[in-house]
Design a protein around this ligand. Structure first.
Ligand code: FEO
Ligand code: CA
Ligand code: CA
Ligand code: CA
Length: 747
């Protein structure tokens, strides 16, 4: 077994392998967007503010809710949307919510999911993670359960939470909070440590119930289950049976093991859970001479485009834990002598990177990788409202610097009878295996187009960079197809969400530290849809490019959303409130609204509010990560702005963009700030909108493994300091937020 040391701490959310020559903006000038009227502003009076652990007491506020925006769903006569006092920025090791709200910890790393599993000791001695909550809670969906144990669209006090467990906190190889002494950071890794780390990845489904005003998990519910990075999953869609998925484990290319680095989610109109596989490539290793071993065939082009050059080491060194097949699979070098890969794991990585569909109500139904929706660093899968007789439309982002926004349009038209399908996975077969995949191109005139990724598109079928064999090859190598099609390189597309009021689609572009006025190498010039290049100081360090990110939105030109044309603008630019309003704080964010690095983004079906969350490293000198609530307007409610840059040679560079109407005080407010070192992510709600579920991911992640025996040096002790659970090691967890007066959340 070879021994090597790992590289220094790497941000695995920061992958960058788009080496295509795609232009970053379109030079065609066409019709200008028609800009619609402004939303009415209002005033808000704030009183004194008092902090407390787990809550924030503040005086009430009143606002002018004389709403002339037709997009916002009606509220009940007694409620006003965003009628809470904004939560200030905070560096406290606490979850802070507005006065009048209560946050309760519901479901944390290690919590038992079946009878006989011991309570979590949280000291590194726990085992049996296949029957416990996983780590790094991320995207999450609510699935109502009726008294008859059947799916219920109306249940508000009993349901299943389907939760992504994206990753685990590590400084080097070891997930140190999981192991008593912090674990082993050299290779080979002990199998017992690796088995734990594999098992805390994947997804969990847990039953929850409300009794009185309190929510709890049902730790012995027969509905509970886990899928881990080792669970068997079926390949569905065009790549099923394709030679690119032949492995020693599945010579007929119909199965793989594990779902990995599960980030955003989706909920299908037929009641299944969708989970996006994001930074999966970092878990695999390749030997240093693997290009030659593969005969420098086109698989090398694919591996490079998906972040695995030869010699790449793996995040956790799982491949080193023994000769057993379940460890060997993490080394994707060509080691066998077969022509088709049936005697090694050279194709193993082609089994990751998909939207995976899971029946949350029935653990016996095998999960399926929906390969037709493309292979990339998936975030969420946002469904456009299903309309009888029209195709199903799903929006998706690929989170790495310079990657693309995608759309899926089903071949089958929606049949409302499928909403109650007995075989939910068969409905998935119908709508997610056959259709068309597109990537987005944003033009500088405020329009855009969806580029078809198929061999029917001549620029895809004639790609010289990568000759596609068939539609399976296009789906498995969707990034290369989007390169060939000419899609626009974006500032790291994270989650997307569809505004239930008007069908407009919002995309969180978290940041891009590689935008430059004079780009070199793998840097990117600014363009209309990613227009800002600036410097943001953090503790005396200059952060370059677009470190604060933005939220872009799209209005489809077709009524069904299945057409190939759209209009766009930028809803909000992330910025600190005191940044220059002409070049950085283009949305005029105030101290109650400012944020950096938007990531999670979900529209409430109950209230129509847009909730978005941050996963930030740029503004964390001032505040921990946060969640905001917004009442957005619509594409075109703002104005065109020109950003003027000077290139190194002295010439002028002007970038035109479209900025949404800056939000008034009652249109955007900070609702929650989390504990130290966390990311806020995941959002779902009961159908009445009176309880929301939110995830606190990786509190204390900047703790040094060397301090594992010194709890006073943990950068966070949440949620034990919130009164939850044994031990003081920080834990990712789901919280539930309710309003003390029993009202809807965000009012
Ligand atoms: Fe898992 Fe890109 O966030
Ligand atoms: Ca700053
Ligand atoms: Ca994310
Ligand atoms: Ca992120």
């Amino acid at each position: 077994m070879k021994t090597k040391t790992n590289t220094p701490k790497v941000d695995f959310n920061d992958e960058d392998s788009n080496t295509s020559n795609n232009p970053t903006f379109d030079s065609v000038l066409q019709t200008r967007l028609s800009r619609r009227g402004m939303l009415k502003g209002g005033t808000l009076t704030l009183g004194s503010v008092l902090f407390g652990v787990g809550g924030l007491a503040a005086c009430g506020s009143s606002s002018d809710d004389d709403d002339d925006s037709p997009e916002t769903p009606p509220t009940s006569p007694s409620e006003t949307l965003l009628d809470f006092t904004a939560v200030p920025k905070s560096l406290a090791d606490a979850v802070i919510v507005p006065s009048g709200y209560t946050a309760q910890v519901l479901y944390a790393l290690g919590d038992p999911l079946s009878a006989g599993v011991l309570a979590y000791r949280n000291d590194g001695t726990d085992i049996d993670f296949e029957n416990r909550a996983g780590d790094h809670h991320d995207g999450m969906e609510w699935f109502g359960l009726g008294a008859d144990n059947r799916p219920s669209a109306s249940s508000t006090d009993r349901g299943l939470l389907a939760v992504n467990h994206e990753a685990t906190t590590n400084e080097s190889f070891s997930s140190f909070f999981l192991h008593q002494d912090g674990g082993t950071n050299t290779l080979p890794r002990p199998a017992a440590e690796v088995d734990k780390e594999v098992a805390i990845h994947g997804i969990s489904v847990v039953e929850i119930q409300k009794t009185g005003n309190s929510w709890a998990t049902m730790s012995e519910s027969s509905f509970n289950f886990r899928l881990t990075a080792l669970s068997e999953i079926e390949i569905a869609g065009p790549a099923r049976g394709n030679p690119l998925l032949v492995t020693k484990y599945s010579p007929d290319a119909t199965r793989t093991r594990g779902t990995l680095n599960n980030c955003g989610t989706g909920k299908s109109p037929w009641g299944t859970f969708l989970t996006g596989e994001e930074n999966w490539y970092g878990y695999f290793t390749r030997d240093s001479a693997d290009d030659a071993a593969r005969g420098n065939d086109k698989s090398v082009t694919s591996l490079l485009r998906y972040g695995r050059s030869q010699g790449a080491g793996s995040r956790h060194g799982w491949e080193s834990a023994g000769a057993d097949d379940r460890y060997a699979r993490w080394n994707i070098s060509q080691s066998g002598t077969s022509a088709d890969g049936s005697d090694d794991y050279r194709n193993e990585m082609n089994g990751q990177g998909y939207i995976v569909e899971i029946d949350p109500y029935d653990r016996s139904r095998k999960a399926k990788k929906r390969t037709a929706l493309g292979r990339f660093a998936h975030e969420s899968a946002a469904f456009r409202k299903a309309v009888a007789g029209q195709p199903i439309v799903v929006y998706m982002g690929d989170d790495a610097r310079g990657e693309y926004i995608y759309k899926w349009v089903s071949a089958a038209n929606w049949d409302p009878a499928d909403a109650d399908a007995i075989s939910r996975m068969s409905a998935g077969d119908k709508y997610l295996d056959n259709g068309k995949l597109y990537a987005a191109k944003f033009s500088e005139d405020g329009t855009g187009s969806w580029l078809e990724l198929s061999l029917q598109n001549p620029v895809v079928s004639s790609s010289a960079t990568y000759p596609f064999a068939d539609q399976a090859d296009v789906a498995i190598n969707a990034r290369l197809a989007a390169d060939a099609a000419g899609a626009t390189k974006m500032d790291r597309p994270e989650w997307c969400g569809v505004n239930p009021a008007n069908g407009e689609v919002y995309f969180a572009l978290t940041n891009n530290t590689s935008r430059r006025i004079d780009p070199t190498g793998s840097q990117y010039a600014p363009d209309a849809a990613n227009p800002r290049v600036y410097t943001d100081m953090k503790n005396g360090t200059a952060q370059m490019g677009n470190p604060n990110g933005h939220i872009l939105r799209v209005r489809e030109s077709s009524a069904t959303g299945s057409g190939d044309q759209f209009d766009w603008d930028v809803y909000l630019f992330g910025a600190q409130a005191d940044a220059d309003a002409g070049t950085i704080n283009l949305s005029n964010l105030t101290d109650d609204q400012d944020f950096s690095s938007p990531d999670g983004l979900v529209f409430s079906e109950a209230t129509g509010l847009c909730w978005f969350q941050t996963d930030d490293g740029a503004y964390t000198d001032v505040t921990n990560c946060m969640m905001l609530a917004a009442r957005p307007g619509q594409v075109g409610d703002g104005e065109k702005k020109s950003l003027n840059y000077t290139k190194a040679d002295g010439s002028a560079l002007t970038v035109d963009t479209y900025v949404g109407q800056p939000p008034a005080a009652e249109q955007l407010k900070r609702f929650l700030v989390g504990p130290v070192g966390c990311e806020i992510t995941g959002f779902c709600e009961t159908p009445d909108g009176k309880a929301i579920f939110v995830n606190i991911q990786h509190p204390g992640e900047n703790t040094s493994q060397a301090d594992i025996a010194n709890p006073s040096k943990y950068t966070s002790q949440w949620p034990s300091n919130f009164g939850y659970g044994a031990g003081v090691r920080p834990r990712s967890a789901t919280i539930v937020i309710t309003k003390d007066d029993g009202g809807r959340i965000g009012t």
